[in-house]
Design a protein around this ligand. Structure first.
Ligand SMILES: NC(=O)C1=CN([C@@H]2O[C@H](COP(=O)(O)OP(=O)(O)OC[C@H]3O[C@@H](n4cnc5c(N)ncnc54)[C@H](O)[C@@H]3O)[C@@H](O)[C@H]2O)C=CC1
Ligand SMILES: CC(=O)C(C)=O
Length: 258
């Protein structure tokens, strides 16, 4: 890449978001790393800066539209341009259907779906203001392709994100903005560990049993590392995916065949 592009990654203090931020840095991007806890994203930004990169830590809640717009503004002002947003932040409450409450439903929708919608709005407005196109990349899931027991609320947000991705891809294409999604499988992150533990606790079984409920159908026979996902997101963020929009890329080691 000749001129360094600028990417903002949400939920970048740990897990998949951290791996994406580091991968995009390695691919020559300047990166803004956004999270709810400044200390966590500052740590990631410090590591990237110590490695010769250019990273900015931003504290924000993606469920808050004003904070997302402010984060995009800060990123563009700090780096002088803005080219890619990765709407990665998400939460995954374990919700057997009889346990869903209005609070769980509203909070999860506000973060997982609201956060993606505000990210698309803020990024597309900034790309248009800067007078060039850009790339919007949203986190869906294999749980947005098929129903996963115990994940009714979470799964519904991930199905919805595929819909939002397709819809906005059509709306924004005339402005040279592409919108794609990535759908990880079972990734070794704090989120997946929490889900497996809760499913195990509910059944009175071990953590390993909980993880096995999700991992037994992976054709490639291993759980995903965050870096497996980051590699595919790097493709979506780079020039090789320029003629691709509205797609949801499955990165699940062969769990779901669509
Ligand atoms: N781990 C997995 O197996 C899979 C994860 N995914 C998706 O990938 C994305 C990343 O997941 P993981 O890295 O596993 O999760 P994680 O829980 O390890 O990390 C998510 C990060 O997002 C942050 N975050 C949560 N709510 C936020 C908010 N309102 N504002 C700002 N930041 C917020 C968290 O603080 C955390 O640092 C999520 O959207 C998740 O749904 C999709 C498929 C599988
Ligand atoms: C957390 C998640 O997205 C799963 C289990 O697919």
């Amino acid at each position: 890449m000749s001129e360094k592009k600028v990417a903002l990654i949400t939920g970048a203090g740990q897990g998949i978001g951290e791996a994406i931020a580091k991968r995009l840095h390695n691919d020559g991007f300047k990166v803004a790393v956004l999270g709810r806890t400044l200390a966590k994203v500052q740590h990631v930004a410090d590591e990237i800066n110590a490695d010769g990169g250019e990273a900015l830590a931003i504290e924000a809640d993606v469920a808050n539209r004003d904070q997302v717009f402010e984060a995009v503004k800060k990123t563009a002002e700090h780096f002088g341009d803005f080219n890619v947003i990765v709407n990665n932040a998400g939460v995954a409450p374990t919700t057997p259907i009889d346990t869903v409450t209005p609070e769980i439903l509203n909070d999860t929708l506000a973060i997982n779906l609201g956060g993606v919608i505000w990210g698309i709005q803020a990024a597309s407005a900034k790309f248009k203001e800067l007078g060039h196109g850009g790339k919007i990349i949203n986190a869906s899931s294999q749980a947005g392709q098929v129903g996963n027991p115990n994940l009714t609320v979470y799964g519904s947000t991930k199905f919805a994100i595929r819909g939002v991705t397709q819809t906005t891809a059509k709306e924004l294409a005339p402005d040279k903005i592409t919108v794609n999604a990535y759908c990880p499988g079972i990734v070794k992150t704090p989120m997946m560990n929490d889900i497996a533990q809760q499913v195990a606790d509910n059944a009175g079984k071990s953590f390993e049993w909980g993880m096995e409920q999700f991992s037994k159908d992976i054709a490639l026979g291993r759980l995903s590392e965050p870096e497996d996902v980051a590699a595919c997101v790097a493709y979506l963020a780079g020039p090789d995916s320029d003629y691709m929009t509205g797609q949801s890329l499955l990165i699940d080691g062969g769990m779901v065949f669509s």
